[in-house]
Design a protein around this ligand. Sequence first.
Ligand code: DQA
Length: 147
Amino acid sequence: RLVYVLNGPNLNLLGKRQPHIYGHETLADVERDCRALANELGLEIRFHQSNREYELIDWIHEARDAAAGIVMNPAAFTHTSVAILDALNTFEGPVIEVHISNVHKREAFRHHSFVSQRADGVIAGLGTQGYLLGLRRLARLLDEKKG
Ligand code: DQA
């Protein structure tokens, strides 16, 4: 069971970027923790980050054939990208949207998510733990599907 973990713009600076909002863990730390948990859950993961919208879209297209589910933090594209929503709508498996910060406590422009129209679940404000909870949820949904 292969799962994609996709990260949008500026998340390469995680740990350095506004640590009062996003914490001190780096994306490499998040990847390491995701890999450890995936191993425990019997999932294989492909973990990617890009600052470019098309690259995220291409990975979603790749996931159509390759992956059973997607955990995605679309970052700022959450609030702007119909193209990422359209791409996710071509993917048939479960999708979990993750935000490190509680977007609802922040500026009004962060309250709307295009991706939430498609996501099976949304996690916000639980820090980087959100990725791990997202993976756990995917594993559960994939188990249920298997029956
Ligand atoms: C974010 C929240 C977004 O509003 C912001 O643009 C990000 C990160 C989060 O993880 O809290 O880059 O998705």
